[in-house]
Design a protein around this ligand. Structure first.
Ligand code: AVJ
Length: 332
């Protein structure tokens, strides 16, 4: 594994190109339906643009989930109890994480993230806010089982996965992740870990499409940044002016899809390989699945988690679910 920029998990070639990024982009652009995995939206510029999205009038999920975290602290405390190690899947948000930690008096906080830079920054900021709390950041890909630090070996665990990030995954990948979380949190080793997970809800198409296609065009910039990133990092010649942001509700799969649509016939190269798009053809860049009470429960059960409690915001837009790792052999 080549180490560059302190990002131990990024494998770069001699020219500093992220091999996984190049592999995903070249493979994805070679498909009949062009597609690039959504995780590549989040370089520094993309992460900043996503932060801007969370402030938008139309983008309700962050406000809705924060409302639940603010209002239900006493219930979290009663159901979760004090002294658990909170294992957050992702670096953590400066707003949401403190709300949870304030409510439940955890024994330790363990943020997991693939980006060491983000991880160290947010862990440091959190340590400042909670001087007495043991913080043990782990640089890791949480899509697989992660070995937690020895310091939390004896503690009960609470996984925290807010933001409806699970909605980015198709069901098969989401189930793989939920099962990895079980393993990471020590289920099947006599422990009964809990998981607090945010899942956005199905609602009117107009509300959903506006949340992913805002009037100020911030989400459009977020989407187009992926094409800019390809040009920047992979020696690409994509004509950005010929691409348009599109966010559409796919009712069959209950998800918002983001695409980049070609507004005219174009040809371009990426890392020396040639590609073409006809006018109207798209690159699929993100899925954001939305759930019903039942589909959320079904997904959690398929991943080895039994839903125990569920909260929604006052407008019924977003849900936060507390689940317990299902015992290996549960009747019937
Ligand atoms: C960070 C995955 C939760 O799907 O709502 C926001 C990403 N994309 N606007 C979401 C996103 C476009 C966001 N998640």
């Amino acid at each position: 594994m080549t180490k560059t920029n302190g990002l131990a998990l990024v494998d770069r070639d001699d020219d500093g190109v992220d091999r996984a990024f190049r592999g995903d982009v070249l493979a994805g652009l070679s498909q009949r339906q062009k597609a690039v995995p959504a995780r590549w939206l989040y370089d520094d510029a993309g992460s900043q643009l996503f932060e801007d999205i969370t402030d938008l009038e139309e983008y309700y999920p962050t406000r809705a989930e924060t409302e639940i975290l603010k209002g239900r602290g006493e219930e979290f405390a009663a159901l979760i109890g004090a002294g658990r190690a909170v294992v957050e899947f992702g670096s953590g948000s400066s707003v949401k994480t403190p709300l949870l930690l304030r409510a439940i008096e955890p024994g330790a906080y363990v943020p997991l993230d693939i980006s060491g830079d983000f991880l160290r920054e947010s862990a440091a900021a959190l340590s400042e806010k909670f001087p007495g709390l043991a913080v043990h950041p782990v640089e890791a890909d949480f899509m697989r089982e992660v070995a937690l630090p020895d310091e939390v070996a004896g503690m009960e665990k609470l996984g925290f996965f807010p933001g409806s990030t699970i909605g980015n995954m198709v069901a098969r990948t989401a189930v793989d992740l939920l099962r990895s979380m079980r393993a990471t949190l020590g289920a099947d080793h006599g422990e009964a870990p809990l998981l607090l997970i945010g899942m956005d809800l199905v609602k009117d198409r107009e509300v959903l499409e506006a949340a992913y296609d805002d009037a100020r065009g911030v989400t459009a910039e977020f989407n187009l940044n992926l094409a800019r990133r390809i040009n920047r990092e992979l020696d690409g010649t994509i004509p950005i002016d010929a691409l348009e942001h599109q966010a559409v509700w796919n009712d069959e799969f209950a998800r918002i899809e983001m695409h980049l649509v070609a507004t005219r016939d174009i040809a371009f190269s990426v890392s020396g390989r040639e590609f073409a798009m006809k006018a109207g053809e798209t690159i699929h860049t993100e899925n954001s699945h939305k759930f019903t009470r039942r589909s959320a429960n079904t997904l959690l059960l398929a991943g080895g988690w039994t839903p125990r409690e569920r909260w929604t915001d006052s407008k019924g837009r977003f849900s936060l679910i507390l689940a317990e790792a299902t015992e290996k052999r549960e009747a019937p």
